[in-house]
Design a protein around this ligand. Structure first.
Ligand SMILES: [Zn+2]
Length: 432
């Protein structure tokens, strides 16, 4: 039936991320998020084994790493995969909305045809500018900003981006209005961040729409209740307390996209009389984002020009610094040569956990230098109890748990729950 709105999920089922939520009507084709499921240690491709360039999409689709969508890919990718390319007769253009700039939500945008409209919040676009400066650009069609809370019209569909709190700047959820009612897609969100009021306002705004369907992330569902979530507001202080308790170097690893946390670390470092030394990529990212730079110095790696502080200077007076040291730059330990009683704080940067093959390798490096490793971060995702509050607060007619290894554990009282099936079409009119 033309005009009746349909939703389909091509990813985000039984996986953390990789969600692609498709909403189609007679006059509009929209896709929400276009990322890669987060699965280090369980990837079919690695440094030695790559998908075939001439059959890239076919190889990715075999492993459900890219979604089989007609009319969204350029001919060179679509045709070898047996898909109709973008711009073919009868193919209406796609509009892709991104909730936030984590790879599990946008890591595949590089595959999109240049004619696809790619939209995200203004803050996400600001972050994209920073990532470009850091040498890690958002590839694919140019990301265009949509203002928060104001509706964007695509054909007969109205999309409202609603800000939420997550561990990345610019995160939003989307409310999608169709002739057959509203669909709400949470993206990733939490209630223990620095801005719980953003997530709470999202819940209220979504509830007011009386949505037919809610697609809600459930990353932390397997955790045991009662769940402990360290508030984001405590992280920076904890890091500096740990630094103070160690007489050697204080090294820290974090997500470069969590700009709010970087600023908090800088402010707390300054309060403790330390200078926060950032790797050049992150320093360039923050500069390109026009962030205040008062609390930051730039690390100078061997053979590099510019920068404020090098390994020898840190070595001379370790107590004067907090040094950013991501996994990718762990080789700097050779130059830093940390003295006794040094500490490395894993503050949610990569590698995230033992399931990532990089994790044991990081531990091997730290052990070799006698550096103590400490994990001190907090999740970007809502605890199971918070998910219950969000779901019951929004009270959709049907709740679809997604973005979780255990979606079956999402069981807020009083709600009709449907575990989504990959590729299945749900007509909104049938869900009422
Ligand atoms: Zn995610």
């Amino acid at each position: 039936m033309t005009g009746s709105a349909r939703v389909r999920l091509l990813g985000g089922i039984g996986t953390i991320g990789g969600t692609k939520l498709l909403v189609e009507t007679g006059s509009a084709r929209l896709c929400f998020d276009f990322g890669v499921a987060y699965a280090p240690g369980a990837r079919p491709f690695d440094e030695r084994l790559k998908p075939r360039p001439a059959a890239l999409l076919r190889d990715l689709m075999y492993w459900h790493l890219a979604p089989p969508v007609e009319g969204i890919y350029p001919p060179a990718l679509a045709e070898p995969a047996g898909l109709v390319p973008a711009g073919s007769p009868g193919q209406d253009p796609w509009t892709v909305f991104i909730t936030h700039l984590h790879l599990d939500h946008m890591g595949l945008t590089r595959l999109l045809d240049p004619s696809v409209k790619l939209l995200a919040s203004e803050e996400s676009v600001r972050l994209a500018r920073g990532l470009r400066a850091a040498g890690e650009p958002v590839e694919g069609p140019e990301l265009q900003p949509v203002p928060l809370s104001s509706p964007v019209r695509v054909g007969d569909v109205e999309v409202v981006p609603l800000r939420v709190d997550h561990d990345v700047v610019g995160a939003c959820a989307y409310a999608i209005g169709t002739q057959d009612g509203w669909v709400v897609y949470s993206g990733d969100l939490r209630l223990h961040g620095t801005h719980p009021e953003w997530t709470e306002a999202f819940v209220q705004a979504a509830a007011a729409l009386k949505p037919v369907a809610l697609f809600l992330e459930g990353t932390r569902l397997p955790e045991e209740r009662p769940t402990n979530s360290v508030p984001e507001s405590e992280i920076a202080e904890r890091v500096l307390t740990i630094a103070k308790a160690h007489g050697g170097m204080a090294l820290v690893n974090f997500y470069p996209r969590n700009v709010e946390r970087i600023q908090a670390l800088g402010a707390h470092a300054a309060l403790s009389g330390r200078k926060f030394v950032l790797q050049p990529e992150v320093y360039a990212q923050l500069q390109a984002m026009h962030e205040p730079m008062d609390h930051f110095l730039q690390y100078r790696r061997a053979g590099q020009d510019g920068g404020d502080v090098d390994a020898q200077e840190v070595r001379k007076d370790p107590g004067a610094y907090l040094v950013h040291l991501p996994y990718r730059q762990i080789t700097e330990l050779v130059d830093l040569d940390p003295p006794a009683d040094s500490v490395y704080m894993l503050c949610n940067g990569e590698p995230l956990g033992i399931y990532d093959p990089a994790y044991p390798n990081l531990m091997r490096w730290l052990e070799s230098f006698g550096v103590e490793g400490v994990r001190t971060g907090t999740s970007g995702h809502a605890a199971p109890e918070a998910l219950d509050a969000i779901a019951t607060g929004i009270a959709p007619r049907v709740l679809f748990p997604i973005h979780s290894h255990r979606p079956d554990l999402m069981q807020p009282p009083g709600l009709r729950i449907q575990l989504p099936v990959f590729g299945e079409t749900y007509r909104l009119a049938d869900l009422g």
